[in-house]
Ligand binder design. Structure first.
Ligand code: ADP
Length: 546
């Protein structure tokens, strides 16, 4: 077989060595470009650089004619692996933690022995005694008496590096890191062990025919590292891989152009090369951009998550504050309302007629304030998830009529007509929280009263037995709502511009609370209007039991 490949134009070992050099060079270049700012990236690059010098020495060693230069080349061929071992050992010390701790000290510890062994190799006779060209086969080296020192040195350096990585593999708790280390360990262990056999031991025992294969085994490392970059985000970027792919493709196409004999082939080859180059550059750019964007988004998301957590905490605090404050306002207000009403009923004797109006204002303001406080409390209960629902079956028509009746006096006082109508086919029984339904109805009819200067308010009940829904409509002839208002009023604190001109009291919370409560009971509250001045229409919808 050895004789056989010599009949090729380019000999097989040289071709494989050239490929190994090419791929190592590409990987090294890309890693240097992407990772020059971190220590493991730099050390890995130096490792590839020393591998390259080893391959270059091998190519020279196999092809050089001059006997004197051959001896020097052989020395370089044996010095290069010591540097590969040193850079690998240093790399193993820093991988994957990218902190530059004690780098100078470690450099000295690793490289001082390296310089010593280099000097020993350079002294003729100690490690390498002589080298001779052998026609039809590999060169033959006569090793010196101290070759075992060299073997020991190389094995202990690589062994230490692999040992350190293995130890880290056993002790790291991060799975991604563990996988990265495993990939590297596997390929370095395989490549070095195989190279020890072909380039260290076999020549020692006089077999030189495979003294080039170790260099080719470095391809394993390139593939392993590329795999680790792809699969386990070694060196944190997939750009390297895309670039590697594009470059390999371009090199392949370029070689094809060089080898083409016909001019049409050359033309096609050049065109394909140019197109591939352009597409490749665009691809790399896109991948780069995508990675950049992803990092940006990740950063933004982390920021948003933090802001969101803070907002949630603040919102909770706010609800708690509102709840405490409202509770404290409630009891004095009850006293004010109680005494105002007793005064109005003349429980403390007659009051001067002049006091009638002020007393009524006190009573009315206190009533409005109680409603507002109830709204604030409801909001804080809804938002803190503390609103309790006490479900029972009851007849909605009876309740709606009762609430309407309770407000009729007030309507009459404002000169408004408050009507109650129903058109029902069912018994109007609903399964809901009676207190909450009352609060909702109160709110809707009260709003109609507040926002209707003159005319009438109709409370109208109807049902849809097929859909099993029942509706309470509150229809007024009041100030109406613009389209923009209709969209907003169910949000917290939203009041229309025309609302304050009619009624200054109001929190903008009533409808928000009503809708949230209705939704909780599997119903809804919604409203619409033909426009400002054209009256409004609000509806409470609930599921019907029977
Ligand atoms: P408040 O009445 O305390 O302001 P609500 O949440 O009950 O709060 O109502 C929100 C807004 O919806 C009111 O400020 C008003 O602009 C509008 N609105 C509610 N009911 C009516 C209605 N019947 N007619 C016209 N506008 C209304």
């Amino acid at each position: 077989m050895i004789m056989y490949y010599h009949s090729y134009m380019i000999d097989l070992p040289d071709a494989l060595l050239a490929i190994a050099a090419g791929l190592n060079a590409i990987l090294g270049f890309l890693i240097l470009r992407q990772e020059r700012n971190n220590i493991t990236g730099t050390l890995y690059f130096l490792n590839i650089l020393s591998i390259l010098s080893w391959i270059a020495a091998a190519l020279t060693y196999r092809n050089i004619a001059d006997e004197n230069l051959l001896f020097t080349t052989t020395q370089v061929l044996y010095i290069a692996p010591t540097v590969i071992a040193s850079t690998f050992l240093l790399f193993s010390l820093y991988f994957p933690n990218k902190e530059k701790v004690g780098i100078t000290r470690n450099f000295l510890i690793v490289f001082v022995p390296n310089i010593l062994i280099t000097i020993i190799i350079l002294i003729p006779g100690l490690i390498i005694y002589d080298v001779a060209k052998f026609e039809g086969g590999e060169n033959i080296i006569e090793f010196g008496d101290y070759y075992y020192i060299y073997a020991f040195y190389i094995i202990s350096y690589f062994g230490s590096g692999i040992g350190i990585l293995f130890n880290r593999y056993l002790h790291t708790k991060k799975t991604v890191e563990q996988r990265q280390i495993f990939s590297l360990l596997l390929v370095y262990f395989l490549a070095t062990t195989l190279a020890f056999v072909t380039n260290l031991f076999l020549p020692w025992f006089g077999y030189f025919e495979l003294n080039w294969l170790g260099q080719v085994f470095t391809l394993l490392m390139v593939l392993g590292v590329a795999y680790a970059i792809y699969q386990h985000k070694l060196f944190e970027t997939k750009v390297i891989l895309t670039e590697l792919l594009v470059l390999v493709l371009l090199v392949f196409l370029f070689v094809q152009v060089l080898l083409s004999k016909e001019s049409t082939d050359t033309a096609i080859g050049v065109t394909v090369f140019i197109v591939t180059a352009i597409v490749g550059i665009l691809l790399i750019r896109n991948v780069n951009k995508e990675i950049h964007n992803r990092l940006e988004i990740k950063k933004l998301m982390a920021g948003l998550a933090r802001a969101n957590r803070r907002l949630q905490a603040m919102d909770k605090q706010k609800s708690e504050f509102v709840s405490i404050a409202s509770h404290q306002l409630r009891s004095p207000l009850t006293a004010i309302r109680g005494y105002a009403s007793m005064l109005l009923e003349e429980s403390y004797g007659k009051f001067p007629p002049k006091a009638q109006k002020p007393l009524e204002t006190i009573a009315e303001s206190a009533r409005m304030m109680a409603i507002s406080i109830e709204d604030y409390l409801s909001v804080s209960r809804i938002e803190s998830g503390n609103m309790k629902f006490d479900y029972s079956d009851f007849k909605l028509d009876e309740q709606a009529e009762r609430v309407t009746d309770s407000l009729r006096q007030e309507a009459t006082r404002s000169g408004l007509l408050l009507l109650f109508k129903k058109d029902l086919t069912s018994k109007s029984v609903v399964h809901a929280d009676q207190g909450k339904v009352e609060q909702i109805l109160h709110n809707l009819i009260n709003n109609a009263l507040k926002y209707t200067p003159k005319g009438s308010i109709t409370v109208f009940l109807h049902d849809d037995t097929k859909a099993k829904r029942i509706f309470v409509e509150v229809i007024d002839t009041g100030i109406g709502m613009s389209e923009a208002t209709q969209e907003n009023i169910f949000h917290k604190f939203q009041r229309a511009n025309n609302a304050s001109s009619v009624n200054v009291h109001g929190t903008g919370l009533g409808l928000y609370v009503a809708k949230r409560m209705a939704n909780e009971m599997k119903g809804d509250v919604y409203g619409f209007s033909e426009g400002e001045g054209k009256g409004s229409h609000f509806i409470l919808e609930l599921p019907l039991v029977h």
